[in-house]
Structure formats: C-alpha cells, structure tokens
Design a protein around this ligand. Structure first.
Ligand code: GLC
Length: 585
C-alpha cells in the first residue's frame, strides 16, 4: 500500500463520523456465461501493450456543477484520452460509500453512488469507451466493507446472525483488552469493541472498514458475484485493493514487536500474522478463474506493496494463474533519481522467474505526485519528461495517474479546516493527508480550470493551473503534455518498443540509465538514454555486440533536443536530466 501510509496512518483509530450514503442496488447484472474462456485466451493479450490511466473520479471532470467529478464527466473527456494515446482507464471506487476513506469503504458492491451518476451512465461510459478502444477497469475492494454495508449491519446485530461469520469477531483477551496485539495500518489496535454483542471486530484499516472473513465460502461467493456483475457489464478487469491483507492467522498469534515506536506512539510491529498469508494465493486463483469466465482477456491488477521483487513475483501465481499485473511499488518508491537503483530493479523484475509482465507507475491517489517527488525544485519540468520516458520505454505495462501528463504537482491544503482526507485532519500539520495529489484536473484557464462550474469544487484548483493545463500545453510543442503524446505515439509505432526485449547497457554507470529494446532478428532496435544527474554526461556505447552496425543513432525523441550529429554511439553526450530515444541499426 501507499508508502507514506507506513509513516502517517498510525494516528487514526478514533471513529470518523461521516454521513452514510444510501447503498442502492440498481437493476440485475447481465447473466454470466459461466464458461471458462481460458482456452481461447490470447497469447499476446491486450494488457501487455496497453497504457493504463488512473482516474480519481471525484477530480477528473464535473458534469453537473456539484463540485465533484462524475461518470458523465469522464465520458465527456474520452476523446482527450484517445488523442493522448490511452488504452484503458482504471477508475478509483465509485460504489455507494459513506466516504470515510473516499470510496474505499464500500457499502454496496453492485451499484454506483448517486454522487457519480447511475448504472446507465456507467454503461454509456463503457460503450463510449469501446468506440474509442478505451477499456474500463473497476477498482475492487475485497479486504473490507464499510461498516454501513448491509452485511455488516446484519453481522453485528447478534452472535447468531447468519452473517456473523462474514466478518472477524472475537472475544477480548480479558475485559477491556483486545484479542491480541495486532495493529491497524492506520494506527493503534486493529480491534474495535462492539457493545451490541460484547465482542471485538477486526479492521486492518479504519474502524469504519471492518475486514471480511475470506475463510467463509459465502463471503467468497458473494464477492465473486460482485465481480461477475461488472464483468457482465463489459469491464475489462479490476484493480484489486489491498490484496495481501485478506487473511489473518486464525489462531490470533501476537505479531512480533520490533524495537522503537511508530510516529503515533504504538510499538513497532511486524505484520507477520495479518499480511501476505499464503491463503491469499488460492483466492487470487479463484478471482482469476472468475475473470476467465468472460471473453475479452479481463485483467487483474493488484495493489501489491510487496517488500521485494521475489515476493512480488509470487503474485503472478506459480502457473501464471493469479494476477497478470501486480503493481510494482518497488519501482514507484525509489523516490530519488538513482540510475543504479532503477537499473537493479528493472533487471530483477525483467528476469522474474514467473515470466510475468512488469507493471510500473510513479504517481497515484495515495502518493505525492512525481513532478515534485522526483523534481529537484529547479528542473522539475525536464525531470517530469525524464520520468515519463522511463515509464513509457521499458517493456512494462505503464500506469499513468491523471494530470501527470501535464506536470500537475502536489498541492497540499494550507489550512487544517480545508483538509478533506481524514488522515490529514487527524495528522495536521505533520501529515496533511492525500488531498495534495487529488486536486482537480487542470483543463484550461477558465474558472476552476474547466473542471467544474460549482462555486467551490470539493478541493481547490491549484494556482499552477494558470500555466500547467491541457489547453495551453496542447499548443506548446515543448510542453510536458506534447512530450507525453510523442512518447505514447512512438511507443505504439515502434515494434521494438512494443515487443522488444529489454537489454541493459553500460551497467556500471552511476548517473545514466541506458538500455536497448530489441526485437530478435527484426528491424531497428531502440536505444534509450536517460541522464539522471544535473550535469551533462558522456557515455560510450559498444553496440556492435548487440548486432548494431551503424555508428550513430537516429533520434526519435529527445529533450533537450539532441541532433543526429551528436548521437555518436562511441561518444554520446546527454545534457543534464536529458532524455534520448532513438533507433539504431
Ligand atoms: C488502498 C487505497 C487507499 C485506501 C486503502 C484502504 O491502499 O489505495 O486509498 O486508503 O486501500 O482501503
């Protein structure tokens, strides 16, 4: 999960009393074909070559003037996404939710929250997407529901309720004592006492997010039916939230205590008995076979905050029968421009024994935006291009976060009373929450940057929108947006970028990350040279051993501009934070 959560979330255990939204199940799902489509699965499925774009629906486009983005707003921007070169959108949760965790607390898995629209709006989004070859990927939150979900209301009502075992209920160790020392990811005890039945329930995240009991077959079936509901409506797959947290030790062993305390005064612990239990893999296999009941090679993407590449690799499944695209937090969290660190991780995942497809990203709704996280405060626009080139030239399936293509920056609230994210309200001023990376998309220079016509959008539009917006950048050939568009176009048109092997070059270089993408025996290879330092660097490439005969590379994209005369392989100079992508023959 989010890297910074490890540091900040322990503050939050007290109940967050936000109003519950009505969970309205709308019309029955189309029938599942119930047939395993695995035999007809493509050998070269779409998701290996797709560029995926995460949309935070509250912040992309408001179509009805209430200050919050919505489904019709997203539909109205599909042409923009098509022109940009996006193949699939992953939309953060739009299910009915009391919004304690802004939608990651679901109160009905088979409906759309009226705040975002209706199921008919959703169906229209899917079909309009289809016309433009843009697939829709749902967010799926299996670990926990909202405490306002009807299942939890039943479960908590009595110890004998048929849904009692759908959640994790236990007696306290002794009066006033939780069952054991497990801690919530968001801080303090992971157990909440419920006076209705005098037992504790387990919540890995907020107290308003009780964990489902995945050992109960009825829970599994209900959740798989929810997946079928959306697959039947034509979604192209799921981004599965917090998958490694699905199981806990049934014997409730205490987690090992580590030295020191966390930022909020809890003893540090290793989440040995609540994270990454081997039982997770059976569930992932079952989810995959649910996806396989439908045609179209539905993809499963996992939020897999694994501690290393070896653990990440397990998410693919021993027979490649689990997750196709585990999100690689190792790459996302390098957090500095370090050619050796990126090289080591790229090499390691490229050689993963499962042969799985890597899946990279740098920004999302939980992480400060890459523009400032990797920027040095002086060359941020240039560094944004460098990071774009890194994301879009390896063989990984890339994941963009809305607004990174225009250089949106993290814009934290300046006053506590403006904070929306509960962790920011509770952690202020040390922790300002995640509002900063969730601000409205910057479309143009009209009021609220073209995001909304409301008096006040749910989060303020950053001042940087005056300069950094889609309209202005579309007209500037040197903008970050124009650079992304060119990169995405080259990624599509160059066979070696699409299919080529990843071959690292000059592996001892401390500043310059370079590699070839090469399709065996066919056409040109693509040379990628990324200078991660603030000084010009000269590299000597000996590519004859890789079958390259010419002495210079032909530039396809460079920033700042590098002419062909300067692209001499034996003596190749790249400017500070420079990017070169060229073909070699
Ligand atoms: C995931 C989501 C995050 C949420 C958490 C708990 O990490 O990305 O936004 O707070 O799950 O549901």
């Amino acid at each position: 999960m989010l890297n910074r959560a490890k540091f900040i979330f322990p503050l939050v255990t007290i109940g967050l009393c936000l109003a519950a939204g009505p969970g309205r199940t709308q019309q029955a799902p189309p029938k599942s074909p119930k047939a395993e489509h695995a035999p007809e699965k493509a050998l070269d499925p779409w998701w290996k070559h797709a560029v995926i774009y995460e949309i935070y629906p509250r912040s992309f486009q408001d179509s009805n003037g209430d200050g919050v983005g919505d489904i019709n707003g997203i539909t109205s921007r599909l042409d923009y996404l098509r022109e940009l070169g996006i193949d699939a959108i992953w939309i953060s949760p739009m299910y009915p939710s009391p919004l304690v965790d802004f939608g990651y607390d679901v109160s009905d898995y088979t409906a759309i929250d009226p705040l975002y629209g209706t199921l008919a709006d959703f169906d229209r989004l899917v079909s309009e997407g289809k016309k433009r070859n843009i697939r829709v990927i749902m967010d799926f939150v299996p670990n926990h529901t909202s405490d306002q979900h009807a299942w939890f209301a039943e479960s908590r009502s009595s110890r004998t309720n048929p849904k009692r075992d759908w959640y994790i209920w236990r007696d306290g160790k002794e009066p006033g004592q939780p069952p054991n020392n497990w801690q919530s990811w968001f801080g303090h005890s992971a157990w909440k006492f419920d006076p209705i039945t005098n037992q504790y329930y387990y919540h890995h995240f907020y107290t308003e997010q009780p964990d489902l009991n995945w050992r109960n077959p009825q829970v599994r079936n209900a959740m798989y039916d929810a997946m079928r509901f959306w697959l039947g409506r034509g979604v192209a797959g799921f981004r599965i939230d917090a998958v490694s947290r699905l199981f806990e030790d049934p014997n409730l062993h205490d987690d090992p205590i580590l030295p020191g305390k966390n930022a909020y005064g809890d003893p540090n612990i290793a989440h040995k008995y609540t994270d990454n239990l081997p039982e997770v893999h059976q569930v992932l296999r079952e989810m995959r076979s649910v996806a396989n009941e439908y045609p179209g090679d539905a993809v499963l993407i996992s939020e897999a905050d694994e501690p290393n590449i070896a653990e990440l690799t397990k998410m693919y499944g021993s027979k490649n029968d689990e997750i196709q695209l585990p999100m690689d937090f190792q790459i996302a969290d390098v957090n500095k421009l370090s050619a050796p660190d990126f090289r080591r991780l790229l090499d390691e995942i490229d050689r993963n024994p499962a042969g799985g497809q890597p899946h990279y990203f740098f920004s999302n709704h939980d992480q400060p935006r890459q523009w400032d996280r990797y920027g040095d405060g002086v060359h941020n626009d240039q560094i944004a291009k460098l990071m774009a080139a890194l994301l879009l030239t390896t063989r990984a399936t890339p994941l963009l976060y809305y607004g990174e293509e225009i250089g949106m920056r993290t814009t934290d609230p300046v006053r506590k009373e403006d904070v929306q994210d509960p962790i920011g309200q509770l952690g202020w001023p040390q922790e300002k929450g995640r509002d900063g990376e969730r601000t409205p998309m910057q479309w143009d220079t009209s009021k609220d940057a073209g995001f909304s016509t409301a008096e006040r959008p749910w989060l303020p539009v950053p001042p940087s929108s005056a300069e950094y917006n889609v309209k202005a950048e579309a007209q500037d050939p040197n903008s970050i947006l124009s650079f992304y568009k060119r990169l995405l176009a080259v990624r599509r048109s160059e066979p070696a970028l699409r299919d080529g092997k990843y071959l690292p070059l000059d592996q001892g270089n401390p500043d310059v990350l370079s590699f070839l993408r090469k399709t065996p025996g066919k056409g040109d290879s693509i040379l990628v040279v990324l200078n991660m330092s603030a000084e010009p660097r000269t590299v000597s490439f000996a590519l004859d051993v890789r079958g390259v005969r010419e002495a210079t590379a032909r530039p396809l994209i460079s920033a700042p501009k590098i002419a062909r005369e300067s692209a001499v392989l034996a003596h190749f100079t790249v400017p500070a934070f420079g990017v070169f992508i060229g073909s070699v023959h």
